[in-house]
Design a protein around this ligand. Structure first.
Ligand code: ADP
Length: 188
């Protein structure tokens, strides 16, 4: 299975992703985790990325697409993967489509985790990561609205978008995700 997970910062993608990769034995490709690891290791890419991350802005597409292109070529991605935090712009989605079509493959589903914006702000403000300061949170929410939300239409048109209510307990939400994926193999 090849899945994309989309949702605003604070929607709970990370928590659900951890469970999903276990249940379906997928490689977990979180661009946020990759960038934080690069930043902490002080690589050139990491230092460059941090200039954007610390401001709540998206890292330039060419950097991200290069990282993902290399990662998707690794052997563990053969078993299927969950893309968590990528793509986040139309240009990234187009680059992913190009990569996939070169491999003669496509996405099984794009899952959108929906959470109202007031709730997001409260969740993020209580978390304490370096980029969880109020003005940086606000900028990340703006980046989501302006640059990532257009992807919902993009994937809706390709008939792969599945929207999931992201309010409720972690178990409730996970059950919704699992049901959504089960429906893929038995279309109505
Ligand atoms: P969140 O979804 O809570 O914002 P992430 O861990 O997914 O957290 O991302 C943290 C930061 O990493 C983003 O604010 C952004 O600067 C950068 N980032 C992650 N993925 C991408 C991407 N696909 N394109 C551009 N920037 C990204």
């Amino acid at each position: 299975m090849q899945i994309v997970f989309i949702g605003p910062p604070g929607a709970g993608k990370g928590t659900q992703a951890e469970r999903l990769i276990k249940k379906y034995n997928l490689a977990h490709l979180s661009t946020g985790d990759m960038l934080r690891a690069a930043r902490d290791a002080q690589t050139e890419v990491g230092k460059k990325a941090d200039q954007y991350m610390s401001q709540g802005q998206l890292v330039p597409d060419d950097i991200i697409v290069a990282i993902i292109g290399e990662r998707l070529a690794e052997p563990d991605c053969q078993k299927g993967y969950l893309l968590d935090g990528f793509p986040r712009t139309i240009a990234q989605a187009e680059a992913l489509d190009a990569l996939l079509s070169r491999q003669n493959t496509s996405l099984d589903a794009v899952l959108e985790l929906r959470v109202p914006e007031e709730e997001l702000f409260n969740r993020l403000a209580g978390r304490g990561r370096a980029d969880d300061k109020p003005d940086v949170i606000r900028q990340r929410l703006v980046a989501y609205r302006e640059q990532t939300e257009p992807l919902l239409d993009y994937y809706e048109k390709k008939k792969v978008l599945k929207s999931i209510d992201g309010l409720g307990t972690v178990d409730d939400i996970f059950n919704r995700v699992v049901e959504t994926l089960a429906d893929l193999s038995t279309p109505a």
